[in-house]
Design a protein around this ligand. Structure first.
Ligand SMILES: Cc1cc2nc3c(=O)[nH]c(=O)nc-3n(C[C@H](O)[C@H](O)[C@H](O)COP(=O)(O)OP(=O)(O)OC[C@H]3O[C@@H](n4cnc5c(N)ncnc54)[C@H](O)[C@@H]3O)c2cc1C
Length: 306
């Protein structure tokens, strides 16, 4: 990749050989060839066209709170809206939010206006873009519940809009194409008695504090919960709670959270993933499916058993 040519074109910021450990909640991940925060949509469009023309692989991320990046890093461009595309407009009960808006900000601003629908997501880290892709959810609410439409930019730099009903959403799943960058989402919430909203927020907030090891670096739940059991319960039952490899540990507090005590590597985490998947398959005949997203791995290194 001709990094100087790319640099001369980017109006936002471009960091070369940028350690992804600085951009993931795990604090793990080798360098990306270029880590770019586009200034605006036009900047993004030019960057994407450049990448197509020069056959460069592009990865979209938000704030990296659901990501495991390999120790070898990323051969390509990483683009995040987290520091620039942060416009948030709320009129009556209608919200238009760019993908770089932090979910927490969106939740708080809507609560301030006595709007209900998002308060159960209080405390879920990350950007709106990441929340839409993951269909982030907590305590009975999901980000897609009050979604009206989403604007994206295709990998070729074209603008496109989807109605919420064009996209399939289910538990920690959306059908957005991985080569489309989410630009913004539109929502319509409902007005509600502020005491009721506040009560729902409190339940979500205290539930999170009780159940999650929030003092440590993690990426939230590593696996999706299978149909009849919580993944954390299954991992606990195979005796892996507290299992440690290097500085990575299966949390003693919540066995579906794998935590980084300081210097864990991506391979420490993938080793724990392998151990958990193998043991749960052997004992319960259940295949645990990753909830976290992975970048920079040969796929079978992360998902294989044994
Ligand atoms: C302590 C902790 C608690 C958590 N609790 C919860 C919880 O209760 N519920 C829950 O659902 N999740 C939870 N998570 C996981 C995480 O917060 C969510 O998945 C969050 O929505 C991810 O947002 P992000 O911006 O960090 O996305 P990232 O992790 O950066 O990316 C996630 C996915 O979205 C894609 N993506 C991100 N932005 C864009 C964009 N603009 N365009 C296209 N693709 C994009 C990425 O390619 C990736 O596939 C938790 C995480 C932590 C660390």
């Amino acid at each position: 990749m001709n990094i100087n040519e790319l640099r001369s074109m980017v109006e936002g910021s471009l960091l070369e050989n940028e350690p992804m450990s600085k951009h993931t909640s795990y604090g793990i991940g080798g360098p990306a060839s270029a880590y770019i925060t586009p200034k605006d949509q036009d900047d993004l469009c030019r960057i994407l066209k450049f990448a197509v023309k020069h056959n460069i692989t592009v990865y979209f991320i938000g704030s990296g709170s659901n990501l495991l990046v390999s120790d070898d890093g990323i051969n390509g461009i990483v683009i995040s809206p987290a520091k620039s595309l942060k416009k948030l407009e709320i009129e009556e009960n209608s919200i238009v939010a760019e993908s770089g808006v932090m979910l927490g900000k969106l939740v708080k601003e809507s609560m301030k206006r006595n709007l209900t629908g998002l308060e159960s997501l209080i405390g879920v880290p990350g950007t709106l873009g990441g929340a839409l892709v993951m269909n982030a959810g907590a305590f009975g609410g999901e980000i897609s519940n009050y979604l009206i439409s989403v604007d994206v930019m295709t990998s070729k730099g074209k603008l496109k809009s989807y109605k919420a009903t064009d996209i399939d959403f289910s538990y920690r799943f959306s059908s957005f194409s991985t080569d489309e960058f989410i630009l913004l989402g539109r929502f319509e919430l409902k007005f509600e008695d502020p005491n009721i909203i506040s009560e729902r927020r409190k339940i979500a907030s205290s539930g999170r504090k009780t159940n999650q090891p929030l003092r440590f670096r993690s990426a939230g739940s590593v696996f999706k919960n299978p149909k009849d059991h919580a993944a954390g319960y299954l991992i606990d039952k195979v005796g892996l709670k507290g299992k440690r490899i290097g500085d990575a540990e299966i949390s003693t507090h919540h066995a579906n959270f794998f935590i980084n005590h300081g210097n864990a590597s991506a391979s420490d985490i993938t080793e724990l993933i392998r151990l958990a998947r193998t043991a749960v398959l052997e004992k319960f005949d259940i295949e645990l499916e990753l909830e976290i997203k992975t970048i920079g791995f040969e796929q079978d290194k992360v998902v294989a058993h044994g």
